[in-house]
Design a binder for this molecule. Structure first.
Ligand code: WQD
Length: 344
């Protein structure tokens, strides 16, 4: 019996943190994966790690999505791409404030080039990596998808808002094209193998890699930004979600579009756990689960931070049939295992 040809999925940013976890889940689900990554914020060794986990080495192109001619040659080579999962973007909040043009050019032009390719090569579906940062500081919590965007706290956040508007308008204008935006809350943790995980360039911006590097003695101390917020212990609250739960949400969203008959052209979903934890609670959970101390100091707030946010995930639970399965303890345990055993 002829083996049905596996659906070919293009994953941009596929050697990155969430991208690599999603590639593993796609391969495990029987998809053929092609990765495009410029390696500006990830390492080629991640391909070896993906192969070690799955037994399959994805096709890989190192290229910049902003160069439409090179991108076109890639699409010509890789026929029959069924769908795209688009992770590749600049994502450091602070850097975006210092260099907004880099962020607008990279994050907007790469998306627009991909949409042009989808029209030209009849690729019908895209899952887009969006972020809860589009909400700013919500007036009501938990935050649901009907909450209107507030003014973005940073150019990075603004690029996510603009990208969702580009997707909405483009999908409306081209009925054969559909898109789903997944609004991530705070991705943390790592694959159980400790072969893939978060690989921050230089000093981590995000909390959990800073915690693990402090616990490992790479950093002398964790600075906890703000202890005077209007929260139970004064530190800011976030909805941390395990990278594997987040990766699985992408595969489910992709399948929904590929298999769905009546394609609704643009949808968006909150992808979080629905539980908020403060910075101090997160540090304490890390210490408890891993039996290690984290040296920290309470300092002033960080510019641009919001006080608290956590997700109403009803829509993703009911419409996508997706729900986070991993709790904070497993997030902290796998983050530490990655730091001590796997980080390349
Ligand atoms: C979490 C909390 C900090 C570092 C951003 C983007 C979001 C996504 C994730 C890309 C905050 C505190 C942090 C430290 C600290 N980006 N903190 N000391 O800012 O919620 O979200 O990163 O995918 O789109 O907006 O994440 O991990 O930086 O901060 O106290 O050394 O930890 O103040 O309260 P954030 P974060």
């Amino acid at each position: 019996m002829s083996r049905q040809r596996a659906e070919k999925i293009l994953v941009t940013g596929g050697t990155g943190f969430i991208g690599s976890h999603t590639v593993v889940e796609l391969i495990n689900d029987g998809y053929e994966v092609v990765i495009i990554d410029d390696l500006s914020n990830s390492k080629i060794e991640v391909l070896d790690r993906i192969e070690k986990i799955t037994g399959v080495r994805p096709t890989f192109y190192q290229l910049n999505l902003c160069d439409i001619d090179i991108l076109k040659s890639c699409f010509k080579k890789e026929e029959n791409i069924s769908a795209i999962i688009h992770f590749a973007a600049s994502k450091a909040v602070g850097e975006s404030v210092e260099n907004p043009l880099l962020y607008y050019r990279n994050n907007l032009l790469s998306l627009m080039n991909l949409l042009e390719m989808m029209k030209a090569f009849e690729t019908s579906s895209m899952v887009f990596s969006s972020s809860c940062t589009v909400y700013g500081q919500p007036d009501q919590l938990p935050v649901d998808e009907s909450t209107p965007f507030q003014e973005a706290e940073s150019p990075y956040g603004n690029t996510k808002q603009i990208c969702e508007e580009i997707l909405r308008d483009t999908a409306k204008a081209h009925e054969q094209l559909c898109a789903i935006a997944l609004r991530y809350f705070n991705p943390v943790g790592a694959h159980e193998s400790a072969l893939i995980g978060e690989l921050p360039n230089g000093t981590p911006n995000n909390l959990v890699p800073f915690i693990t590097q402090t616990a490992a003695g790479i950093r002398p101390k964790l600075s906890i930004f703000g202890s005077d917020y209007n929260t139970p212990d004064g530190t800011a609250i976030r909805d941390y979600i395990h990278a594997v739960d987040l990766a699985k949400a992408h595969v489910i969203a992709l399948r929904r579009m590929i298999e769905q008959k009546n394609k609704s052209n643009f949808e968006f979903f909150n992808i979080g756990t629905g539980n908020g934890f403060s910075v101090l609670e997160t540090v304490k959970k890390f210490e408890e689960v891993n039996g290690v101390k984290v040296n920290y100091e309470l300092v002033d707030r960080r510019e641009g931070d919001i006080e608290q946010i956590f997700a109403d995930t009803t829509l993703a639970n009911e419409e996508l049939g997706w729900k986070a399965e991993k709790g904070l303890a497993e997030m902290m345990a796998t983050a530490w295992k990655w730091q001590t055993e796997g980080a390349v």
